[in-house]
Design a protein around this ligand. Structure first.
Ligand code: GLY
Length: 289
């Protein structure tokens, strides 16, 4: 609809941009093909560790650190608006965790109370002229959306496995990690161990051998897991950009189309900074139009 911002994708990135825009008074519509964040947003463990996840002194690491600085006020504002606890904890200024599922519920609740329209449909193409702005935020599925006269940068899904255990709350303490192995624990006691990487497309099979390998690696980091039995096993698809070493965030030159995807291993960490940048830019263009 003219005058409305269309956001394709209702995961953490799309919903947080919608929330920020709605706070600024914009009329926003989210279109989501699936279960509103049912993919990478809810599969992620919720580890917020920019120093561990990025190469030293890279633009991506700076972006991660900037987002980490925004996290406490982002969460505080969201929790105050919705009353939903997102289990955000900081172990140090650069190391924390959040529950991505709770964050997603809070963002959807905040969007709904600010009259963001949410439609559940599979968008295969968008016509930017029909909207004041269009944001592509569909994670690993983003480049499948057709936009006239715009070639969307490619992303590949990088599959990862995770396993979960129910333990006593507080059993672990701060997140532990070594190489691609990590363990973190929510306040409820639910402990998540990850992970691995596979470039094999959208294959949703949960591989028991990979889960056992993660269990063995995780038990080396946290020996209490040796005799524990996983209560959950799942996979997710990280959207890795084919070109460049960071996510695609920003306006496509000469258009009213914004990109907000390709966050690879750090979509949850980079949610606040992506939302702020994209919403600020869109608002600035609307104000000057
Ligand atoms: N950010 C951790 C992972 O993608 O496995």
């Amino acid at each position: 609809m003219p005058g409305e911002v269309l956001i394709v994708g209702g995961g953490l990135i799309g919903s947080s941009i919608a929330w920020r825009l709605a706070q600024k008074g914009a009329r926003v519509i989210i279109s989501d093909a699936g279960t509103l964040g049912g993919e990478a947003s809810s599969a992620g463990a919720g580890m917020l560790s920019p120093n561990a996840e990025f190469d030293k002194s890279s633009a991506s690491r700076d972006l991660g650190l900037e987002s980490m600085r925004l996290y406490p006020s982002f969460v505080e504002e969201l929790q105050a608006e919705t009353g939903i606890d997102v289990d955000f904890r900081l172990f140090s200024p650069h190391d924390g965790i959040v529950d991505p599922g709770a964050l997603l519920r809070a963002l959807h609740c905040a969007c709904e109370s600010r009259n963001v329209r949410i439609i559940r449909e599979h968008v295969t193409s968008v016509e930017p002229r029909d909207h004041s702005a269009v944001v592509i935020a569909a994670g690993a599925w983003s480049e499948r959306v057709r936009v006239p006269n715009v070639t969307l940068p490619a992303v590949v899904p990088i599959k990862g496995h995770l396993i979960g255990f129910q333990l006593e709350p507080g059993a672990l303490g701060p997140t532990r990690r070594l190489g691609e192995t990590y363990v973190l624990q929510r306040s409820s006691g639910f402990l998540i161990a990850g992970s691995n990487e596979q470039d094999i497309g959208f294959d949703r099979t949960v591989d028991p051998a990979i889960c056992e390998d993660i269990h063995r690696r995780a038990a080396r980091l946290f020996p209490l897991l040796e005799n524990a039995t996983p209560v959950q096993r799942w996979i997710g698809f990280r959207p890795r950009p084919v070109e460049g070493d960071g996510p695609h965030i920003g306006r496509v030159a000469g258009s009213n189309v914004w990109l907000a995807y390709g966050h690879y291993r750090n979509g949850i960490l980079l949610t606040p900074v992506t939302a702020q940048r994209v919403a600020d830019e869109i608002q600035a263009t609307q104000a000057s139009a």
